[in-house]
Design a protein around this ligand. Sequence first.
Ligand code: MV4
Length: 448
Amino acid sequence: MFHRILIANRGEIALRILRACKDLGIETVAVYSEADKDSLHLRYADETICIGRAPSVESYLNIPSIIAAAEIADADAIHPGYGFLSENEHFAEVCQSCNIKFIGPPAPVIKQCGDKVAAKQLAAAAGVAGVPGSDGPVHTEQEALEVARQIGFPVLIKAAAGGGGRGMRVAHNEPSLATGFHAARSEAEAAFKDATVYLEKYVEKPRHVEIQILADQHGNVVHLGERDCSLQRRHQKLLEESPCPVLDPETRTAMGEAAVRLAKAANYQSAGTVEFLLDQNKNFYFIEINSRIQVEHPVTEMVTDTDLIREMILVAAGHRLSFGQDDIELRGHAMEFRINAEDPDHNFQPSPGRIATFVPPAGPGVRWDSHIYQGYTVPSNYDSMIGKLVVHRRTRKQAIEVAARALQELTTDGIKTTAGLFLRILQHSDFAAGQVDTGFIDRYFTPR
Ligand code: MV4
């Protein structure tokens, strides 16, 4: 087992990883930027090392600084958390060449998952269907036109290196396809230094449903059910839940089995997520694999009674999975609410600053994953998530009741947060009925 793990992240996930290490009896090294010197997880870490100035490129994205910190502290593994270097194949390679275990999949697997076209082709070979579209990259406007005529409009142009919706364009007809093709290419080139795009039939009002997988280094792969992440705003997830309120047991089993087939075909190791779009006729289509632990992993932990960070560490150390597919039961209903330091009434503009009074939500069915405390100043240098409220009850209805109570308890005087927005969402009849799609927030909760 590892002796000492370096946590290459900040905020709530740094604290979450530290807790898993403590539970396993593993020593921790916390790294931080100058803006994070008052971060909560530093207090609990065995060693703390400043790795640079506030901007991420000078600290949490600075590979030489992080590797130097790991060498100085004699860490034998690095957990990257999410974001930052978590899906950076080069970083995974550097770790390996320095004899430090990267807690995540091997570099070639990260690379294949990062290339959406390669991942889609691998999925197809494993019998996991993606959205009908081009078979591989589309290089010219003419080629795009031919594919679109074949699959029919509307179509979506997507960047092969994409993610977060960047480099995506919908086209409803031939003229808009021509414009969209070039727009998507230049956006992809600017964002990812890779202009490669591909085409898919545009699925109207889909739900985003993703399967959590866990794979050891011995070829064992299990899935831990799904998360519904349909509630998003500008490709930022706001609320996630498990199980998906509209998925029937047969579709769930089929999606889980598809995710496991794909993970096996990819030689996947570690925790990962297979993303699908679910259309209004219950068809599901593979879209992406995320080769990291995700923000929303706690909803899966609650319904499966697991600790995914702990399992990630164990499989990275070479342990076999301690449970099989038949041991995994989904119990009850969990929801996660991302509490961001943002003002939902003013276009979600960031609201950093000092938290003068803080009272965390608590009580039956409530989990609060956060690094904030009374007197903490939310820095303006990073993303605005300051905590995750996770609720777990026997039924979705009870989970919603507990969530409303917990959201009212949460007190963060001094900054604006998204907590109030969630209280309004919980009261919406479509949400109560589980009838949401990826356009819900923009339709009802974005002032125009
Ligand atoms: C789609 C789609 C409709 N049709 N693909 C957005 C980010 C990327 N992960 C995939 N995305 C989408 N792909 C086809 N063929 C609609 C979206 C999409 C979306 C997906 C999930 C959650 C929110 C979304 C918001 C807008 C568009």
